[in-house]
Design a protein around this ligand. Structure first.
Ligand code: GAP
Length: 443
């Protein structure tokens, strides 16, 4: 059944709340604008997204290592990086309704865009997006520190620490997943643009002159990653930045965009950051940031290619893309067609009835799955059809039913989410089957 695009987002937002993916932050106090809490299924989904990224970017590669840097960094970092002077958006205020807008999102800077207001707008002002706080008990300017607006700088300042500790030679990368904070003027579209969010960034350090070829490599690799985890190819595209769009540090940048119900929007940026950051930190800290090449006996500042993704945006894209409504009338079903590696629950164990030893056998199977670190769920309430529907709606790839025959021959029925195909296997083979299916889904 076709779903009206304009309604799709609100349908997904309400499913996300009802089934425990995402709740509004501090809801009982009326919520806090642009802040969201991941519920039991959402936290599993987002962890799976981050794990999939880490596996592809770090675990499965010989040339990338990880770090976990602190959120609060020396304030000079943000002077060197350019964030203190340049990380701002142009903003205007409506003198009548007092609402604040991003000037670069408005067509007409003369009057308030709200139809019922039409008030006069202020002059355009620059608004720095970094959150400030104080370190220690004295709240004065000498104690000001910033909540990091990107994880990247924690990598740059540790470049030589990591390079020397790991004895790496360019080309190599340093990856990090962590929270970043931006005081966005206009957050919105659910978890798409928020003021507190998680980034998955990797800085790939290469000899100057190899930057353009690595930039091409990472553009393709990052686009492919979203496809590998099930995002439909026709909903993904690469969009090159125009010269006047480029960040102050970038020589080239391309966005991986996804066609959300609210239009094509950025999931990730891949930038050629040149040697800008290392040289800036060298200048501001007075510490050499060049790499010494043992073979040529030369010092040089590597160029950096940076794939910078958002964990929350990727999670939202996987959720939206997985949403499907199939059939009509009483045959209609809502399915989240998550890639098995991303699905919050892998297996649901469902005894057909609540008696005759079926719950006991179901419990044993459930315990066995958990003992093998396969995130599973046990449900013995409601009709079997209703229970399948509940699992389809949260994207569980496999349901396992325990019935009368199970008690006789120790077999169970496996029902697959997408095809609804059902087959019997020995219950002792279940863990092996799920593992095999998960492995195959990664090919
Ligand atoms: N280090 C480069 C950098 O931070 P960016 O394009 O500003 O580049 C990278 O951010 C990614 O971080 C974005 O593509 C997006 O996925 C995520 N991101 C940025 N701002 C965000 C926000 N306000 N809310 C959610 N995610 C955000």
């Amino acid at each position: 059944m076709a779903v009206n695009t304009s309604e799709l987002m609100s349908t997904i937002v309400s499913l996300a709340k009802r089934r425990g993916f995402v709740f509004q932050s501090s809801e009982i106090y009326g919520g806090l604008n642009s802040c969201w809490d991941y519920g039991p299924l959402g936290v599993e989904l987002k962890r799976n997204v981050k794990d999939a990224w880490w596996r592809a970017m770090v675990t499965n590669r010989r040339d990338v290592v990880g770090i976990d840097a602190s959120i609060l960094m020396h304030p000079r970092v943000w002077e060197a990086s350019g964030h203190l002077s340049g990380f701002s958006d142009p903003m205007v205020d409506c003198k009548k309704c007092k609402e604040r807008f991003r000037a670069d999102h408005l067509e007409n800077l003369d009057k308030c865009p709200k139809p019922k207001c039409g008030g006069q707008l202020t002059e355009v002002r620059k608004f720095n997006l970094m959150f400030k706080t104080w370190m220690g008990p004295i709240e004065d300017s000498s104690a000001t520190v910033y909540m990091r607006p990107e994880t990247a700088q924690g990598i740059f300042v540790n470049f030589l620490n990591v390079q020397q500790a790991s004895r790496l030679k360019p080309p190599f990368g340093i990856a990090q997943i962590g929270k970043s904070f931006r005081n966005e003027i206009t957050p919105g579209n659910f978890t798409y643009r928020t003021r507190e969010f998680e980034q998955m960034e990797m800085e790939f350090f290469v000899p100057p002159g190899e930057d353009e070829q690595w930039y091409e490599y990472w553009r393709d690799a990052r686009l492919q990653w979203y496809k590998d985890f099930g995002i439909k190819a026709d909903k993904l595209r690469l969009r090159d930045h125009e010269q006047d769009e480029l960040a102050h540090y970038a020589k080239a940048c391309v966005d991986v965009e996804y066609l959300f119900p609210f239009g094509w929007s950025e999931l990730e940026g891949i930038a050629n950051r040149t040697d800008y950051d290392l040289k800036q930190h060298e200048q501001f800290s007075g510490k050499g940031m060049a790499y010494f090449d043992d073979e040529t006996k030369q010092h040089y500042h590597p160029y950096v290619v940076e794939p910078a993704a958002g964990a929350d945006r990727a999670t939202l894209a996987f959720l939206v893309d997985a949403y499907d409504v199939e059939g009509e009338g009483k045959d209609e079903r809502v399915v989240l067609r998550f890639h098995p590696a991303l699905a919050p629950i892998k297996v649901a164990v469902l005894p057909l009835v609540k008696k005759d030893g079926m719950p006991e056998m179901g419990e044993k199977i459930y315990r066995d799955l958990l003992d093998n670190s396969i995130k599973s769920f046990y449900d013995q309430t409601a009709s079997i059809g209703r229970r399948y529907a509940r699992q389809d709606e949260v994207g569980t790839p496999f349901c396992v039913t325990v019935d009368t025959q199970s008690l006789e021959d120790q077999t169970v029925t496996v029902r697959e989410r997408d095809s609804r195909e059902q087959y019997r296997i020995a219950s002792s083979e279940l863990v092996g089957l799920v593992r095999k299916k998960m492995r195959e889904s990664m090919k």
